[in-house]
Design a protein around this ligand. Sequence first.
Ligand SMILES: [Zn+2]
Length: 357
Amino acid sequence: MINKKIFIYILFLFVGNLFAQNTPFTVVIDAGHGGRDPGALGAISQEKKINLDVALKLGNLIEKNHKDVKVLYTRKNDTYLTVFERAELANKNKANLFISIHANATKDKKVCGTETFVFGLSKSKSNLDVAMRENSVILLEDDYKTRYEGFDPTSVESYIMFEFMQNKYMERSVWFASNIQDKFTNDCKRGNRGVKESELIVLHRSACPGVLVELGFITNPAEEKYMASAKGQNELAAAISNAFDAYKRDYDKKSGITTVTSNGATNNNKDKPVFKVQVAASKTELKTNDKTFKGVRNIDVYIEGGVYKYTTGDTTDYNKIVKTKNSLQSKFPDAFIIAFLGDRKIPVNEAKAISEK
Ligand SMILES: [Zn+2]
């Protein structure tokens, strides 16, 4: 729940290089609340417990699916942490992505659905009012003045001084948040309240992309039951994990990191162009066994302009890819050949010319 509790994530990352390649991709998973702060209270559960359960399940999935990702947790048990400590973990470890897990609450028991916040500074008055009210809980922390470097959560000026926050991570955060909402809607059949903005107070230079996920309303009996159940928690964690997969794949493409394709082959041939046959494109991510692929195996994916594009075949031999394309003629009459040099998509003619050298 973010309306009544404190959510100032002070992520003052000193190195703002989003695509630094020498350190492993680091994701910080933050189970909201904990210890003496239970978060929102439901009829049968407490928010802090739901947050922790889903956070741990999410971390397990990411660890299992991405050997190259460092997963850090702000808490792995029922302990109280200040926002400073949560932020410091991300800061100290030069996190690439911050995922905070929460459950929502409101007076109206009928209200339900998921929503994901991206961290940004809303400029509208009403949002600012909300932010000041939410963040004023900071005053409850005994030594907030030293911790937050004089930041006064009740002063408009304090917010204005943070207006320099760059939007460079905003786009990434929104893309990730939209993906999470898509998965919640399609995979978990949850109501979709959309992607929203929340306030991130950033000191120093820059923050990493980050989202705050509201899994559902603990005040809605059906949703509380779902969130408190192992089935619901597994589904919610899997949905966020799937969104993370897409985020990481896109990150790797942008970083030029060698990616492991779905059939286990690695596309690490940097000198020779690789030819593939593109068979489908989709705004949402599809599983490789989706009926769209009509039983064709070895489906690979790349993301371009926010669209998932699916390919099959992977060869440096142009004649071979023509054969592959012809063999797919009946199933995919519109399929066409594309080419990559390393992870960069290049025109097929250019690729052929390089190949023939
Ligand atoms: Zn919360």
